[in-house]
Write a new protein. Structure first.
Ligand SMILES: Nc1ncnc2c1ncn2[C@@H]1O[C@H](COP(=O)(O)OP(=O)(O)OP(=O)(O)O)[C@@H](O)[C@H]1O
Ligand SMILES: [Mg+2]
Lengths: 286, 264
Protein backbone atom coordinates (compact mmCIF):
# COMPACT_ATOMS: atom_id res chain seq x y z
CA UNK A 1 0.00 0.00 0.00
CA UNK A 2 2.65 2.46 1.04
CA UNK A 3 5.07 2.08 -1.84
CA UNK A 4 2.14 1.79 -4.16
CA UNK A 5 1.37 5.45 -3.51
CA UNK A 6 4.88 6.82 -3.54
CA UNK A 7 6.61 4.85 -6.26
CA UNK A 8 6.17 7.43 -9.07
CA UNK A 9 8.34 9.88 -7.11
CA UNK A 10 11.02 7.31 -6.41
CA UNK A 11 11.34 5.74 -9.87
CA UNK A 12 14.97 5.46 -10.89
CA UNK A 13 14.48 6.66 -14.46
CA UNK A 14 13.43 10.36 -14.51
CA UNK A 15 11.46 9.92 -17.74
CA UNK A 16 9.42 7.06 -16.35
CA UNK A 17 9.07 9.04 -13.15
CA UNK A 18 7.61 12.08 -14.86
CA UNK A 19 5.31 10.00 -17.06
CA UNK A 20 4.06 8.26 -13.94
CA UNK A 21 3.54 11.62 -12.22
CA UNK A 22 1.51 12.87 -15.18
CA UNK A 23 -0.47 9.63 -15.11
CA UNK A 24 -1.16 10.00 -11.38
CA UNK A 25 -2.28 13.58 -11.95
CA UNK A 26 -4.53 12.52 -14.84
CA UNK A 27 -6.14 9.78 -12.73
CA UNK A 28 -6.76 12.28 -9.96
CA UNK A 29 -8.23 14.79 -12.41
CA UNK A 30 -10.58 12.20 -13.92
CA UNK A 31 -11.65 11.02 -10.47
CA UNK A 32 -12.38 14.58 -9.35
CA UNK A 33 -14.40 15.25 -12.50
CA UNK A 34 -16.40 12.08 -11.98
CA UNK A 35 -16.98 12.91 -8.34
CA UNK A 36 -18.07 16.44 -9.25
CA UNK A 37 -20.37 15.01 -11.93
CA UNK A 38 -22.11 12.78 -9.39
CA UNK A 39 -22.41 15.70 -6.98
CA UNK A 40 -23.91 17.84 -9.72
CA UNK A 41 -26.43 15.17 -10.74
CA UNK A 42 -27.48 14.73 -7.12
CA UNK A 43 -28.18 18.48 -6.92
CA UNK A 44 -30.27 18.35 -10.11
CA UNK A 45 -32.17 15.30 -8.89
CA UNK A 46 -32.99 16.88 -5.54
CA UNK A 47 -34.00 20.17 -7.11
CA UNK A 48 -36.70 18.45 -9.12
CA UNK A 49 -37.89 16.01 -6.45
CA UNK A 50 -39.63 18.11 -3.89
CA UNK A 51 -38.53 21.40 -2.42
CA UNK A 52 -39.78 21.42 1.14
CA UNK A 53 -40.69 24.46 3.25
CA UNK A 54 -37.27 24.57 4.87
CA UNK A 55 -35.53 24.66 1.45
CA UNK A 56 -37.73 27.54 0.29
CA UNK A 57 -37.11 29.49 3.48
CA UNK A 58 -33.36 28.96 3.16
CA UNK A 59 -33.61 29.99 -0.51
CA UNK A 60 -34.95 33.43 0.44
CA UNK A 61 -32.34 33.89 3.15
CA UNK A 62 -29.62 33.03 0.66
CA UNK A 63 -31.09 35.28 -2.02
CA UNK A 64 -30.91 38.17 0.42
CA UNK A 65 -27.36 37.32 1.52
CA UNK A 66 -26.04 36.72 -1.98
CA UNK A 67 -28.11 39.14 -3.98
CA UNK A 68 -29.22 42.13 -1.99
CA UNK A 69 -26.00 42.46 -0.05
CA UNK A 70 -23.89 42.21 -3.24
CA UNK A 71 -25.61 45.07 -5.06
CA UNK A 72 -23.22 47.86 -3.94
CA UNK A 73 -19.98 46.11 -4.86
CA UNK A 74 -21.36 44.90 -8.19
CA UNK A 75 -22.62 48.39 -9.11
CA UNK A 76 -19.34 49.99 -8.12
CA UNK A 77 -17.34 47.59 -10.28
CA UNK A 78 -19.72 47.94 -13.23
CA UNK A 79 -19.75 51.76 -13.09
CA UNK A 80 -16.00 52.14 -13.20
CA UNK A 81 -15.55 49.61 -16.00
CA UNK A 82 -18.14 51.44 -18.13
CA UNK A 83 -16.36 54.72 -17.46
CA UNK A 84 -12.93 53.31 -18.34
CA UNK A 85 -14.34 51.88 -21.53
CA UNK A 86 -15.51 55.35 -22.60
CA UNK A 87 -12.17 56.90 -21.67
CA UNK A 88 -10.30 54.41 -23.86
CA UNK A 89 -12.74 54.05 -26.75
CA UNK A 90 -13.74 57.67 -27.35
CA UNK A 91 -10.35 58.92 -28.66
CA UNK A 92 -10.18 55.98 -31.09
CA UNK A 93 -13.65 56.69 -32.44
CA UNK A 94 -12.95 60.40 -32.64
CA UNK A 95 -9.77 59.77 -34.64
CA UNK A 96 -11.80 58.17 -37.43
CA UNK A 97 -14.43 60.84 -37.15
CA UNK A 98 -17.06 58.65 -35.48
CA UNK A 99 -16.95 60.01 -31.93
CA UNK A 100 -20.72 60.09 -31.80
CA UNK A 101 -20.95 56.34 -32.19
CA UNK A 102 -19.03 55.53 -29.02
CA UNK A 103 -22.30 54.61 -27.27
CA UNK A 104 -22.78 51.48 -29.33
CA UNK A 105 -19.47 49.86 -28.42
CA UNK A 106 -19.90 50.70 -24.76
CA UNK A 107 -23.36 49.17 -24.58
CA UNK A 108 -22.47 46.03 -26.50
CA UNK A 109 -19.30 45.35 -24.57
CA UNK A 110 -20.95 45.98 -21.23
CA UNK A 111 -24.11 43.98 -21.83
CA UNK A 112 -22.59 41.02 -23.64
CA UNK A 113 -19.16 40.58 -22.12
CA UNK A 114 -17.95 42.81 -19.37
CA UNK A 115 -21.12 43.04 -17.27
CA UNK A 116 -21.72 39.29 -16.90
CA UNK A 117 -18.05 38.31 -16.59
CA UNK A 118 -17.12 41.07 -14.18
CA UNK A 119 -20.19 40.40 -12.03
CA UNK A 120 -19.45 36.68 -12.00
CA UNK A 121 -15.83 37.16 -11.04
CA UNK A 122 -16.77 39.53 -8.22
CA UNK A 123 -19.40 37.04 -7.02
CA UNK A 124 -16.92 34.16 -7.23
CA UNK A 125 -14.75 36.12 -4.82
CA UNK A 126 -17.53 37.32 -2.56
CA UNK A 127 -19.85 34.30 -2.54
CA UNK A 128 -17.73 31.40 -3.70
CA UNK A 129 -15.25 31.79 -0.88
CA UNK A 130 -17.81 32.34 1.85
CA UNK A 131 -20.05 29.47 0.68
CA UNK A 132 -17.10 27.08 0.67
CA UNK A 133 -15.97 28.32 4.08
CA UNK A 134 -19.44 27.95 5.58
CA UNK A 135 -20.08 24.45 4.25
CA UNK A 136 -16.50 23.37 4.91
CA UNK A 137 -16.74 24.50 8.52
CA UNK A 138 -20.03 22.66 8.86
CA UNK A 139 -18.39 19.51 7.56
CA UNK A 140 -15.34 19.81 9.80
CA UNK A 141 -17.45 20.47 12.91
CA UNK A 142 -19.73 17.46 12.22
CA UNK A 143 -22.77 19.63 11.44
CA UNK A 144 -23.28 17.86 8.11
CA UNK A 145 -23.13 14.52 9.93
CA UNK A 146 -25.70 15.92 12.36
CA UNK A 147 -28.02 16.78 9.46
CA UNK A 148 -27.75 13.24 8.13
CA UNK A 149 -28.44 11.72 11.53
CA UNK A 150 -31.60 13.80 11.81
CA UNK A 151 -32.67 12.45 8.41
CA UNK A 152 -32.19 15.80 6.68
CA UNK A 153 -30.43 15.31 3.36
CA UNK A 154 -27.48 17.76 3.38
CA UNK A 155 -27.61 18.39 -0.37
CA UNK A 156 -31.33 19.15 -0.23
CA UNK A 157 -31.06 21.26 2.90
CA UNK A 158 -27.87 23.21 2.18
CA UNK A 159 -26.80 22.96 -1.44
CA UNK A 160 -30.05 23.21 -3.42
CA UNK A 161 -31.11 26.56 -1.91
CA UNK A 162 -27.64 28.02 -2.39
CA UNK A 163 -27.41 26.94 -6.02
CA UNK A 164 -30.93 28.17 -6.79
CA UNK A 165 -30.29 31.50 -5.07
CA UNK A 166 -27.07 31.95 -7.00
CA UNK A 167 -28.54 31.19 -10.43
CA UNK A 168 -31.46 33.52 -9.73
CA UNK A 169 -29.41 36.37 -8.30
CA UNK A 170 -26.44 36.39 -10.69
CA UNK A 171 -28.54 37.55 -13.68
CA UNK A 172 -30.31 40.09 -11.47
CA UNK A 173 -27.00 41.48 -10.25
CA UNK A 174 -25.71 41.49 -13.82
CA UNK A 175 -28.59 43.79 -14.78
CA UNK A 176 -27.58 46.17 -12.00
CA UNK A 177 -23.95 46.06 -13.09
CA UNK A 178 -24.88 46.60 -16.76
CA UNK A 179 -27.09 49.58 -16.02
CA UNK A 180 -24.51 51.35 -13.94
CA UNK A 181 -21.80 50.43 -16.48
CA UNK A 182 -23.76 52.10 -19.27
CA UNK A 183 -24.37 55.11 -17.07
CA UNK A 184 -20.64 55.28 -16.32
CA UNK A 185 -19.87 55.23 -20.03
CA UNK A 186 -22.51 57.89 -20.63
CA UNK A 187 -21.13 60.09 -17.88
CA UNK A 188 -17.65 60.13 -19.42
CA UNK A 189 -18.79 60.38 -23.04
CA UNK A 190 -21.39 63.07 -22.53
CA UNK A 191 -20.15 64.79 -19.39
CA UNK A 192 -16.42 64.82 -20.10
CA UNK A 193 -15.81 64.17 -23.79
CA UNK A 194 -18.69 66.30 -25.01
CA UNK A 195 -20.72 63.79 -27.06
CA UNK A 196 -24.29 65.02 -27.19
CA UNK A 197 -27.08 63.06 -25.58
CA UNK A 198 -29.12 62.32 -28.67
CA UNK A 199 -26.38 60.63 -30.78
CA UNK A 200 -25.02 58.79 -27.73
CA UNK A 201 -28.33 57.11 -26.94
CA UNK A 202 -29.29 56.73 -30.59
CA UNK A 203 -26.17 54.71 -31.40
CA UNK A 204 -26.33 52.92 -28.07
CA UNK A 205 -29.79 51.71 -29.07
CA UNK A 206 -28.93 50.67 -32.62
CA UNK A 207 -26.08 48.54 -31.31
CA UNK A 208 -28.49 46.58 -29.16
CA UNK A 209 -31.23 44.08 -29.76
CA UNK A 210 -33.04 41.69 -27.48
CA UNK A 211 -30.63 38.91 -28.45
CA UNK A 212 -27.73 40.90 -27.00
CA UNK A 213 -29.60 41.19 -23.72
CA UNK A 214 -30.39 37.47 -23.71
CA UNK A 215 -26.75 36.59 -24.39
CA UNK A 216 -25.71 38.52 -21.29
CA UNK A 217 -28.41 36.98 -19.11
CA UNK A 218 -27.86 33.42 -20.35
CA UNK A 219 -24.18 33.80 -19.56
CA UNK A 220 -24.98 35.14 -16.11
CA UNK A 221 -27.25 32.17 -15.45
CA UNK A 222 -24.48 29.71 -16.27
CA UNK A 223 -21.92 31.69 -14.29
CA UNK A 224 -24.18 31.53 -11.25
CA UNK A 225 -24.45 27.78 -11.69
CA UNK A 226 -20.67 27.44 -12.00
CA UNK A 227 -19.89 29.58 -8.95
CA UNK A 228 -22.35 27.89 -6.63
CA UNK A 229 -21.83 24.26 -7.62
CA UNK A 230 -18.04 24.53 -7.45
CA UNK A 231 -18.19 26.36 -4.12
CA UNK A 232 -20.56 23.80 -2.57
CA UNK A 233 -18.52 20.89 -3.93
CA UNK A 234 -15.29 22.29 -2.50
CA UNK A 235 -16.99 22.88 0.84
CA UNK A 236 -18.36 19.34 1.03
CA UNK A 237 -15.02 17.78 0.10
CA UNK A 238 -12.76 20.03 2.15
CA UNK A 239 -9.92 18.68 4.28
CA UNK A 240 -9.83 18.71 8.04
CA UNK A 241 -9.12 21.64 10.31
CA UNK A 242 -8.92 25.37 9.67
CA UNK A 243 -6.17 24.73 7.13
CA UNK A 244 -8.38 22.40 5.11
CA UNK A 245 -11.17 24.99 5.05
CA UNK A 246 -8.78 27.78 4.04
CA UNK A 247 -7.32 25.74 1.22
CA UNK A 248 -10.77 24.74 -0.03
CA UNK A 249 -11.77 28.44 -0.19
CA UNK A 250 -8.76 29.34 -2.31
CA UNK A 251 -9.35 26.39 -4.61
CA UNK A 252 -13.00 27.30 -4.88
CA UNK A 253 -12.21 30.83 -6.05
CA UNK A 254 -9.45 29.80 -8.47
CA UNK A 255 -11.50 26.97 -9.98
CA UNK A 256 -14.60 29.18 -10.21
CA UNK A 257 -12.63 31.96 -11.88
CA UNK A 258 -11.04 29.65 -14.48
CA UNK A 259 -14.31 27.90 -15.30
CA UNK A 260 -16.11 31.25 -15.67
CA UNK A 261 -13.59 32.42 -18.28
CA UNK A 262 -13.72 29.09 -20.08
CA UNK A 263 -17.52 29.01 -20.01
CA UNK A 264 -17.61 32.60 -21.27
CA UNK A 265 -15.58 31.61 -24.32
CA UNK A 266 -17.65 28.50 -25.06
CA UNK A 267 -20.94 30.34 -24.57
CA UNK A 268 -19.83 33.22 -26.78
CA UNK A 269 -19.02 30.87 -29.64
CA UNK A 270 -22.19 28.84 -29.19
CA UNK A 271 -24.52 31.82 -28.88
CA UNK A 272 -22.91 33.47 -31.86
CA UNK A 273 -23.55 30.36 -33.94
CA UNK A 274 -27.17 30.34 -32.81
CA UNK A 275 -27.49 33.98 -33.83
CA UNK A 276 -26.09 33.22 -37.30
CA UNK A 277 -28.51 30.32 -37.62
CA UNK A 278 -31.52 32.42 -36.62
CA UNK A 279 -30.66 35.51 -38.64
CA UNK A 280 -28.37 34.35 -41.45
CA UNK A 281 -28.34 37.69 -43.30
CA UNK A 282 -27.07 39.77 -40.40
CA UNK A 283 -23.38 40.29 -39.78
CA UNK A 284 -21.92 38.03 -37.13
CA UNK A 285 -21.98 39.63 -33.71
CA UNK A 286 -19.14 37.83 -31.95
CA UNK B 1 -42.69 -1.06 22.94
CA UNK B 2 -43.93 -3.83 25.24
CA UNK B 3 -44.00 -6.28 22.32
CA UNK B 4 -40.34 -5.83 21.53
CA UNK B 5 -39.24 -5.94 25.16
CA UNK B 6 -40.48 -9.53 25.39
CA UNK B 7 -37.60 -10.76 23.25
CA UNK B 8 -35.27 -7.86 23.92
CA UNK B 9 -32.96 -9.99 26.04
CA UNK B 10 -32.01 -12.32 23.22
CA UNK B 11 -31.92 -10.07 20.10
CA UNK B 12 -29.34 -7.31 20.52
CA UNK B 13 -30.42 -3.85 19.38
CA UNK B 14 -27.14 -3.42 17.57
CA UNK B 15 -24.70 -6.07 16.49
CA UNK B 16 -21.27 -5.61 14.94
CA UNK B 17 -19.90 -8.62 13.08
CA UNK B 18 -16.21 -8.60 12.21
CA UNK B 19 -16.26 -4.92 11.20
CA UNK B 20 -13.15 -3.52 9.55
CA UNK B 21 -12.57 0.14 8.73
CA UNK B 22 -9.49 1.92 7.51
CA UNK B 23 -8.77 5.48 6.33
CA UNK B 24 -6.03 5.29 3.71
CA UNK B 25 -3.31 3.28 5.37
CA UNK B 26 -4.60 3.89 8.91
CA UNK B 27 -6.45 0.84 10.22
CA UNK B 28 -9.03 1.99 12.76
CA UNK B 29 -11.42 -0.93 13.26
CA UNK B 30 -9.83 -4.31 12.79
CA UNK B 31 -12.51 -6.94 13.28
CA UNK B 32 -14.94 -5.56 15.84
CA UNK B 33 -17.54 -7.99 17.21
CA UNK B 34 -20.00 -6.39 19.57
CA UNK B 35 -23.57 -6.83 20.80
CA UNK B 36 -25.48 -3.95 22.35
CA UNK B 37 -28.33 -5.30 24.52
CA UNK B 38 -31.69 -3.56 24.58
CA UNK B 39 -32.86 -1.24 27.37
CA UNK B 40 -29.43 -1.10 28.96
CA UNK B 41 -26.47 1.26 28.95
CA UNK B 42 -23.24 0.11 27.37
CA UNK B 43 -20.14 2.19 27.99
CA UNK B 44 -17.33 2.17 25.43
CA UNK B 45 -13.91 3.09 26.77
CA UNK B 46 -10.53 3.17 25.10
CA UNK B 47 -7.55 5.43 24.53
CA UNK B 48 -7.89 8.63 22.53
CA UNK B 49 -7.73 8.10 18.77
CA UNK B 50 -8.57 4.42 18.97
CA UNK B 51 -11.77 4.68 16.97
CA UNK B 52 -14.61 5.03 19.47
CA UNK B 53 -16.27 7.86 17.56
CA UNK B 54 -15.75 5.91 14.33
CA UNK B 55 -17.51 2.95 15.97
CA UNK B 56 -20.54 5.11 16.90
CA UNK B 57 -20.76 6.56 13.40
CA UNK B 58 -21.06 3.06 11.95
CA UNK B 59 -24.24 2.50 13.94
CA UNK B 60 -26.13 5.29 12.17
CA UNK B 61 -24.51 4.80 8.77
CA UNK B 62 -22.43 7.98 8.77
CA UNK B 63 -19.53 5.66 8.01
CA UNK B 64 -19.82 2.31 6.26
CA UNK B 65 -17.57 -0.66 7.08
CA UNK B 66 -14.95 -1.79 4.56
CA UNK B 67 -15.94 -5.33 5.44
CA UNK B 68 -18.14 -6.96 8.07
CA UNK B 69 -21.77 -6.29 8.95
CA UNK B 70 -23.81 -4.06 11.23
CA UNK B 71 -27.29 -5.15 12.35
CA UNK B 72 -30.13 -3.19 13.94
CA UNK B 73 -32.76 -5.38 15.62
CA UNK B 74 -31.43 -8.30 13.58
CA UNK B 75 -31.72 -6.48 10.25
CA UNK B 76 -28.58 -5.80 8.28
CA UNK B 77 -28.17 -2.04 7.84
CA UNK B 78 -24.59 -1.35 6.75
CA UNK B 79 -25.47 -1.83 3.07
CA UNK B 80 -28.68 0.24 3.04
CA UNK B 81 -28.78 3.19 0.65
CA UNK B 82 -28.91 6.63 2.27
CA UNK B 83 -32.64 7.03 1.58
CA UNK B 84 -33.65 3.78 3.31
CA UNK B 85 -31.45 4.65 6.26
CA UNK B 86 -33.50 7.73 7.09
CA UNK B 87 -36.38 6.00 8.92
CA UNK B 88 -33.83 4.04 10.97
CA UNK B 89 -31.88 7.17 11.89
CA UNK B 90 -35.05 8.74 13.25
CA UNK B 91 -35.05 6.10 15.99
CA UNK B 92 -31.63 7.29 17.19
CA UNK B 93 -30.43 10.33 19.07
CA UNK B 94 -26.79 11.20 18.53
CA UNK B 95 -24.78 13.47 20.82
CA UNK B 96 -21.70 14.44 18.81
CA UNK B 97 -18.31 14.78 20.42
CA UNK B 98 -17.98 18.35 19.05
CA UNK B 99 -21.69 19.03 19.79
CA UNK B 100 -22.32 19.86 16.10
CA UNK B 101 -24.94 22.53 16.82
CA UNK B 102 -26.01 24.46 13.73
CA UNK B 103 -24.21 27.81 13.93
CA UNK B 104 -26.82 29.63 11.89
CA UNK B 105 -29.67 28.74 14.25
CA UNK B 106 -30.28 29.70 17.86
CA UNK B 107 -30.57 27.14 20.65
CA UNK B 108 -34.34 26.78 20.34
CA UNK B 109 -34.23 26.29 16.57
CA UNK B 110 -31.49 23.70 16.99
CA UNK B 111 -33.68 21.65 19.32
CA UNK B 112 -36.69 22.16 17.09
CA UNK B 113 -34.78 21.00 14.01
CA UNK B 114 -35.49 17.25 14.26
CA UNK B 115 -39.13 17.96 15.19
CA UNK B 116 -39.69 20.25 12.19
CA UNK B 117 -37.85 17.76 9.98
CA UNK B 118 -40.28 15.06 11.08
CA UNK B 119 -43.24 17.30 10.22
CA UNK B 120 -46.80 17.09 11.51
CA UNK B 121 -45.90 18.35 14.98
CA UNK B 122 -47.76 21.48 16.06
CA UNK B 123 -45.82 24.64 16.84
CA UNK B 124 -47.09 24.75 20.44
CA UNK B 125 -45.92 21.22 20.96
CA UNK B 126 -42.51 22.09 19.53
CA UNK B 127 -42.15 25.04 21.89
CA UNK B 128 -43.21 22.87 24.81
CA UNK B 129 -40.57 20.28 23.88
CA UNK B 130 -37.86 22.95 23.62
CA UNK B 131 -38.64 24.23 27.12
CA UNK B 132 -38.88 20.76 28.58
CA UNK B 133 -35.57 19.50 27.15
CA UNK B 134 -33.72 22.70 27.95
CA UNK B 135 -34.79 22.65 31.56
CA UNK B 136 -33.70 19.01 31.85
CA UNK B 137 -30.15 19.98 30.87
CA UNK B 138 -30.29 23.10 33.08
CA UNK B 139 -30.35 25.77 30.39
CA UNK B 140 -33.93 26.96 30.65
CA UNK B 141 -33.18 30.62 29.90
CA UNK B 142 -30.92 30.11 26.88
CA UNK B 143 -33.48 29.47 24.18
CA UNK B 144 -32.66 32.57 22.12
CA UNK B 145 -28.87 32.39 22.44
CA UNK B 146 -26.67 31.53 19.47
CA UNK B 147 -24.35 28.51 19.79
CA UNK B 148 -21.30 30.73 19.25
CA UNK B 149 -22.16 32.61 22.48
CA UNK B 150 -22.22 29.47 24.63
CA UNK B 151 -19.38 27.78 26.49
CA UNK B 152 -18.22 24.35 25.40
CA UNK B 153 -20.07 22.63 28.23
CA UNK B 154 -23.27 24.57 27.50
CA UNK B 155 -23.08 23.61 23.85
CA UNK B 156 -22.72 19.99 24.83
CA UNK B 157 -25.86 20.21 26.97
CA UNK B 158 -27.84 21.88 24.19
CA UNK B 159 -26.65 19.12 21.86
CA UNK B 160 -27.90 16.59 24.38
CA UNK B 161 -31.26 18.33 24.52
CA UNK B 162 -31.43 18.15 20.73
CA UNK B 163 -30.50 14.46 20.72
CA UNK B 164 -33.38 13.82 23.15
CA UNK B 165 -35.90 15.94 21.28
CA UNK B 166 -37.55 13.06 19.42
CA UNK B 167 -37.58 10.76 22.45
CA UNK B 168 -35.42 8.26 20.58
CA UNK B 169 -35.29 4.60 21.36
CA UNK B 170 -31.47 4.47 21.24
CA UNK B 171 -29.22 7.31 22.40
CA UNK B 172 -25.58 7.48 21.36
CA UNK B 173 -23.55 9.73 23.66
CA UNK B 174 -20.06 10.67 22.45
CA UNK B 175 -18.32 11.95 25.59
CA UNK B 176 -21.37 13.47 27.29
CA UNK B 177 -19.52 14.73 30.37
CA UNK B 178 -16.32 16.04 28.77
CA UNK B 179 -15.91 19.74 29.47
CA UNK B 180 -18.51 19.82 32.25
CA UNK B 181 -17.87 20.67 35.90
CA UNK B 182 -18.19 17.69 38.30
CA UNK B 183 -21.63 18.68 39.55
CA UNK B 184 -23.06 19.17 36.08
CA UNK B 185 -21.38 15.95 34.95
CA UNK B 186 -23.16 14.13 37.75
CA UNK B 187 -26.50 15.58 36.65
CA UNK B 188 -25.85 14.23 33.15
CA UNK B 189 -24.98 10.82 34.64
CA UNK B 190 -28.26 10.82 36.55
CA UNK B 191 -30.05 11.83 33.36
CA UNK B 192 -28.56 8.90 31.44
CA UNK B 193 -29.60 6.56 34.25
CA UNK B 194 -33.09 8.00 34.39
CA UNK B 195 -33.63 7.78 30.64
CA UNK B 196 -32.59 4.15 30.79
CA UNK B 197 -34.66 3.22 33.85
CA UNK B 198 -37.83 5.21 33.21
CA UNK B 199 -38.01 5.38 29.43
CA UNK B 200 -36.16 2.15 28.57
CA UNK B 201 -33.72 4.00 26.37
CA UNK B 202 -30.87 1.87 25.06
CA UNK B 203 -27.73 3.90 25.64
CA UNK B 204 -24.22 3.72 24.24
CA UNK B 205 -21.85 6.03 26.06
CA UNK B 206 -18.34 6.77 24.83
CA UNK B 207 -16.34 8.29 27.64
CA UNK B 208 -12.92 8.79 29.22
CA UNK B 209 -14.49 9.71 32.53
CA UNK B 210 -14.20 6.48 34.56
CA UNK B 211 -16.34 7.79 37.42
CA UNK B 212 -19.14 8.39 34.95
CA UNK B 213 -18.51 5.03 33.28
CA UNK B 214 -18.86 3.11 36.55
CA UNK B 215 -21.95 5.07 37.48
CA UNK B 216 -24.02 4.62 34.33
CA UNK B 217 -22.77 1.33 32.89
CA UNK B 218 -24.68 -1.92 32.76
CA UNK B 219 -21.87 -3.17 30.56
CA UNK B 220 -18.43 -1.83 29.80
CA UNK B 221 -16.54 -2.65 26.63
CA UNK B 222 -13.00 -1.59 25.90
CA UNK B 223 -11.80 -0.84 22.38
CA UNK B 224 -8.08 -1.14 21.79
CA UNK B 225 -6.05 -1.45 18.58
CA UNK B 226 -9.21 -1.86 16.53
CA UNK B 227 -10.70 -4.71 18.54
CA UNK B 228 -12.93 -5.18 21.55
CA UNK B 229 -10.48 -6.39 24.21
CA UNK B 230 -12.82 -6.46 27.17
CA UNK B 231 -16.51 -6.89 27.73
CA UNK B 232 -18.29 -7.21 31.06
CA UNK B 233 -19.92 -5.43 33.97
CA UNK B 234 -18.36 -2.67 36.03
CA UNK B 235 -17.41 -5.16 38.75
CA UNK B 236 -15.85 -7.51 36.25
CA UNK B 237 -13.65 -4.79 34.78
CA UNK B 238 -12.34 -3.86 38.23
CA UNK B 239 -11.15 -7.44 38.72
CA UNK B 240 -10.04 -8.04 35.13
CA UNK B 241 -6.50 -9.46 35.13
CA UNK B 242 -5.44 -7.84 31.84
CA UNK B 243 -2.75 -5.27 32.77
CA UNK B 244 -3.61 -2.94 29.86
CA UNK B 245 -7.23 -2.77 30.99
CA UNK B 246 -6.19 -2.16 34.60
CA UNK B 247 -3.78 0.60 33.62
CA UNK B 248 -6.50 2.28 31.59
CA UNK B 249 -9.20 2.27 34.24
CA UNK B 250 -6.77 3.39 36.94
CA UNK B 251 -5.22 6.02 34.66
CA UNK B 252 -1.62 4.87 35.02
CA UNK B 253 0.77 5.58 32.12
CA UNK B 254 3.27 2.85 31.20
CA UNK B 255 7.06 3.22 31.30
CA UNK B 256 7.12 3.55 27.53
CA UNK B 257 4.53 6.35 27.57
CA UNK B 258 6.49 8.22 30.24
CA UNK B 259 9.77 7.64 28.44
CA UNK B 260 9.28 10.69 26.23
CA UNK B 261 9.23 12.93 29.30
CA UNK B 262 12.76 11.90 30.30
CA UNK B 263 14.14 14.01 27.50
CA UNK B 264 12.82 17.20 29.10
N1 LIG C 1 -13.40 10.73 8.34
C1 LIG C 1 -12.14 10.37 8.66
N2 LIG C 1 -11.17 10.39 7.74
C2 LIG C 1 -9.91 10.03 8.05
N3 LIG C 1 -9.52 9.62 9.25
C3 LIG C 1 -10.42 9.58 10.23
C4 LIG C 1 -11.79 9.95 9.98
N4 LIG C 1 -12.48 9.81 11.13
C5 LIG C 1 -11.59 9.37 12.05
N5 LIG C 1 -10.37 9.23 11.51
C6 LIG C 1 -9.17 8.73 12.21
O1 LIG C 1 -9.54 7.56 12.90
C7 LIG C 1 -8.89 7.49 14.15
C8 LIG C 1 -9.91 7.25 15.24
O2 LIG C 1 -10.70 8.41 15.37
P1 LIG C 1 -11.85 8.56 16.45
O3 LIG C 1 -12.38 9.95 16.30
O4 LIG C 1 -12.82 7.46 16.32
O5 LIG C 1 -11.07 8.41 17.81
P2 LIG C 1 -11.69 8.38 19.27
O6 LIG C 1 -11.45 7.03 19.83
O7 LIG C 1 -13.08 8.88 19.25
O8 LIG C 1 -10.72 9.39 20.02
P3 LIG C 1 -11.12 10.53 21.10
O9 LIG C 1 -11.30 9.82 22.38
O10 LIG C 1 -9.92 11.42 21.12
O11 LIG C 1 -12.34 11.18 20.61
C9 LIG C 1 -8.12 8.79 14.31
O12 LIG C 1 -6.76 8.54 14.07
C10 LIG C 1 -8.67 9.70 13.25
O13 LIG C 1 -7.67 10.52 12.74
MG1 LIG D 1 -14.03 10.51 19.72
Amino acid sequence: MEHNQSWPMRAANPIIGSVAAIGAWAIHAVQTMGDFGCFFLSIVYRTFTGLNRRTIRELFIQMYEMGTLSIPVVMLGGGFIGAVLAVEAYPQFKAIGAGNRVGSVIVISVVKQIGPVLTAVMLAGRLGGSMTAELGTMRVTEQIDALRVMAADPVRTLVVPRVLACIIMTPVLTVFSDSIGILGGWLISVGVEGVRNYPFWHYAQTGMDMFTVYVGLIKAFFFGLVISTIACYKGFRCGNGAQGVGRACTESFVAGFCVILLANFILAVMLNNIYVMLWPNQPSIL
Amino acid sequence: MSITSANSSDVPVIRFENVHKRFGSLVVLNGVDLDIPADQTTVVIGPSGTGKSVLLKHIVGLLRPDSGHVYFHGRRIDNLPEKEFEPIRKRFGFLFQQSALFDSMDVGENIAFPLRQEGGISETQIIETIHEKLSIVGLAASERKMPADLSGGQRKRVALARAMAMNPEVLLYDEPTTGLDPIRADVINELILKLQKQFKVTGIVVTHDMASAFKVADHIVMLLHGKIVFRGTADEIRTCPDPEVQRFIQGRASEAELGALDRL
